[in-house]
Design a protein. Structure first.
Length: 242
């Protein structure tokens, strides 16, 4: 079921309806990442770099290379921080464009079920902000675990697999049911949703390809929600004519 949902999502990523959403998503994602890069760089130059330079004059002349080494290390640190921020950035973007993706998937694959309904703009914004905070905290924990050999990569996948799976599945479910019921459905099928989230985390870990994460994740979870609803009578969807 998970692999089938992923296959269906992947096969439509470059279709014409998805490309229009992709260019909007890509533009906003790159803009947000650029702003974050500039902000992190300015913070380093304003606080960390003066602190380092304060001590360098007192060092022997041969130790001047430490300034260069510190600059290189800072650049690598900023790059790592930016990589870890891709997940929360895509979460923000998802809140703006996932309804567009869901409408395309529902129209092309499930026309008999009728279209879902988008959340009110204010509620969708509040949920996105809440999720953004959770993702940032989760990735800070994953960043700390990067120092633990054998745990670092697993931490990235486990944290993002859980958080992304939860967010995107509940988004897909709330197009057809209330927030409480969507959460209950996700909890009832927590294992399936988590494994699907790991697929999204794997997609997220591939450079360049990860820019398509909001589209892939939204489409995949729309499919997964429909498949679970078809198999679980408790969460079956009413016919479109009802």
């Amino acid at each position: 079921m998970i692999l089938e949902a992923a296959r269906r999502a992947a096969e439509r990523l470059l279709s014409e309806p998805f490309r229009a959403v992709f260019w909007k998503s890509l533009g906003l994602t790159l803009a947000l990442l650029a702003v974050l890069w500039i902000g992190l760089k300015d913070i380093f130059e304003a606080f960390a770099l003066p602190f380092l330079l304060h001590f360098l004059p007192g060092l022997p002349a041969w130790a001047g290379f430490l300034g260069t080494a510190a600059a290189i290390a800072a650049g690598l640190g900023l790059a790592l921080a930016l990589a870890l921020l891709i997940s929360p950035v895509t979460a923000i973007v998802a809140g703006l464009f996932t309804d567009d993706v869901a409408e395309v998937v529902e129209r092309e694959y499930y026309p008999k079920d009728g279209p879902g309904r988008a959340l009110p703009a204010l509620r969708a914004t509040l949920l996105s902000i809440r999720f953004l905070g959770i993702v940032i905290l989760g990735n800070i924990a994953a960043l700390l675990l990067l120092l633990v050999p054998g745990v670092n990569i697993a931490a990235f996948f486990l944290v993002n697999g859980y958080l992304l799976g939860r967010e995107y599945f509940e988004f897909a479910a709330m197009r057809f049911r209330g927030e409480a019921e969507a959460r209950q459905m996700r909890r009832r099928h927590a294992g399936t949703v988590f494994l699907a989230g790991l697929v999204i985390a794997g997609f997220l870990s591939v450079p360049i390809l990860n820019l398509l994460t909001p589209l892939f994740a939204a489409a995949m979870m729309v499919h997964l929600h429909k498949m679970i609803a078809d198999r679980d009578p408790e969460f079956a969807l009413a016919p479109a004519s009802a």
